[in-house]
Design a protein around this ligand. Structure first.
Ligand SMILES: Cc1cc2nc3c(=O)[nH]c(=O)nc-3n(C[C@H](O)[C@H](O)[C@H](O)COP(=O)(O)OP(=O)(O)OC[C@H]3O[C@@H](n4cnc5c(N)ncnc54)[C@H](O)[C@@H]3O)c2cc1C
Ligand code: FES
Length: 257
């Protein structure tokens, strides 16, 4: 798909919890179709000392209003400054970038496992995968209740389960400790995951053991976002591949985890 570089208008910046924000951006030209797993690369001009763009997954697309949204979790200087942008600001964006998740087939039962900054593509996939809600199961993990965002508006598209490391919401422990994962994994046709490396590796290992189809969206550090700088390479069974162009979505059988 052809990528664009455009100055997008920030229409809304909504604070979701202490360190998560939803940014809604409007494009001056008709948006191309964008899919779960794909990402955009933003220039954060207000952080004058930061020269490299920062990648963020697409959270949702509203073709009627020609907008898409991002879920920005504050991690360092760039993401922090990005959350200070206000409606009316313009942001230079390269989009859409990267590969997408394989959409499920009509009769599939799917499990989506997200954590940290990897929640966005899971929510987007659950929303547009076009399955009956009872076939869609989403586990979201975080350290504590205050690190979770409100997913009420997504609940019409699937069943949501939560884990926290301190037990303050849902099951205590990691996403893999949730009974929907630990006891029902074999019942799923497809498993998708995005989030911290350790979380994705644990999900992938369990899915591989049960021979369940599994795709992971990697969040390796990036610079250019379109295959030129080679700073995002991941070792795969086919040799080193760029996460920004060959991924970010990989079937776990391709990875050497
Ligand atoms: C394909 C892709 C999709 C992403 N989607 C989202 C998203 O939807 N929402 C979101 O909030 N974030 C997402 N991220 C992560 C986001 O790009 C980083 O949080 C951001 O680049 C950090 O920039 P910063 O200037 O705030 O932090 P920096 O000051 O650059 O870094 C702060 C700390 O975070 C670490 N870090 C920086 N980037 C990453 C990274 N990609 N993975 C792991 N550690 C990192 C650094 O090593 C450092 O320790 C995505 C990353 C990729 C590659
Ligand atoms: S980020 Fe430059 S090659 Fe992937």
């Amino acid at each position: 798909m052809k990528k664009k570089v455009e100055e997008l208008l920030l229409v809304e910046n909504i604070q979701l919890n202490h360190d998560n924000f939803k940014l809604v951006l409007q494009a001056p030209t008709k948006l191309p179709q964008m899919f779960p797993g794909q990402f955009v690369n933003l220039e954060i001009k207000k952080a004058t000392e930061i020269f490299l763009r920062r990648p963020f997954s697409v959270l949702d697309v509203d073709y009627e209003n020609n907008t898409f949204s991002l879920l920005v979790k504050i991690l360092g200087r760039g993401s922090r400054v990005l959350t200070t942008y206000r409606a009316g600001d313009k942001i230079s964006v390269i989009f859409p970038l990267g590969s997408r998740f394989t959409l499920p087939e009509e009769d599939d039962k799917v499990l989506l496992v997200g954590g940290g900054s990897g929640v966005a593509p899971m929510l987007f996939l659950a929303k547009i995968c076009d399955l009956k809600p009872e076939k869609v199961h989403v586990i979201i993990g975080a350290r504590s209740i205050e690190d979770h965002i409100d997913v009420a508006s997504y609940k019409a598209h699937g069943n949501y389960y939560f884990t926290t490391e301190d037990g303050s919401l849902g099951e205590k422990g990691f996403v893999t400790h949730h009974p929907v994962f630990s006891e029902q994994l074999s019942s799923f046709d497809k498993v998708y995951t995005c989030g911290p490396d350790l979380m994705m590796k644990a999900v992938a290992k369990a899915a591989a053991e049960k021979l369940v189809f599994c795709e992971a969206s990697l969040e390796n550090m990036m610079a250019c976002g379109f295959g030129v700088c080679l700073c995002c390479v991941e070792k795969t069974v086919d040799g080193n591949q760029c996460v920004c162009t060959d991924g970010p979505v990989f079937n776990i059988n391709k990875l050497t985890w």
